[in-house]
Design a binder for this molecule. Sequence first.
Ligand SMILES: [Zn+2]
Length: 92
Amino acid sequence: MKPKIDIGRCKDLSRKRFGRLTVKKPLSKRDGKVFWLCRCRCGRLTVVNGANLTSGKTRSCGCLQIEVLDDIIQKTRKRQDRTDTQLRRLEQ
Ligand SMILES: [Zn+2]
């Protein structure tokens, strides 16, 4: 199967995995940079600059960051709950 776009001297990242992303195919080329279509483990498709993949800068469609954020929010919430319980105890 011939790739639709000429990736030139850029590394062929097809079928390689970076974090949660599995590279599908080169999608476009701009200023010598190849943008790759990737499938994330969460099922979403995303387009990532090849340099960001190889450098480890991009490792998910963005869901990884969201999950990390959720984790922080949840921890904060738990702490808040504890404070509430302590306050309620003081009230009694
Ligand atoms: Zn994802």
